[in-house]
Design a protein. Structure first.
Length: 134
């Protein structure tokens, strides 16, 4: 059911510093920082030949990544995103398999302008999984 790896998201405290690591140390193609107030994060997208890395920095008082950064003060991998062809069909199949979908269960428009859902890490090997409709 799942398709391509769309991105790996890394939560960081200082997105400018993290962007410099990817731009200068690793020589990657790095976007400008984009505030995403609807999602409580600022993002930087790093384009690799076969996938993307998404850097996330907390934005606002109750950012969804604030607690993650309390537990991981150096930053860390926050979630991985797989593409699916039909996000509602994927959701219904996963619920049928006993998996937990976070939030209301209705897809939201994600940072790339496409419908996304998040799946409970306890059902997926300890990894927060994002599904994005390709
Ligand atoms: Co993501």
């Amino acid at each position: 059911m799942i398709g391509r790896l769309n991105h790996v998201a890394i939560a960081v405290r200082d997105i400018a510093k993290a962007a410099d690591v990817y731009r200068k140390t690793l020589g990657a193609q790095v976007s400008d920082t984009v505030p995403q107030p609807d999602h409580g994060v600022s993002t930087v997208f790093i384009t690799l030949p076969n996938t993307k890395i998404e850097l996330l920095e907390p934005l606002g008082a109750d950012s969804p990544i604030a607690r993650f950064l309390e537990r991981n003060p150096d930053g860390g991998i926050h979630h991985i995103c797989y593409e699916v062809d039909d996000i509602k069909a994927a959701r219904d199949r996963l619920i049928g398999q006993g998996a937990r979908v976070l939030g209301s269960g209705e897809p939201k428009i994600g940072a790339h302008g496409k419908p996304v859902l998040f799946l409970h890490p306890k059902d997926f090997c300890g990894t927060l999984v994002e599904l994005e409709q390709a």
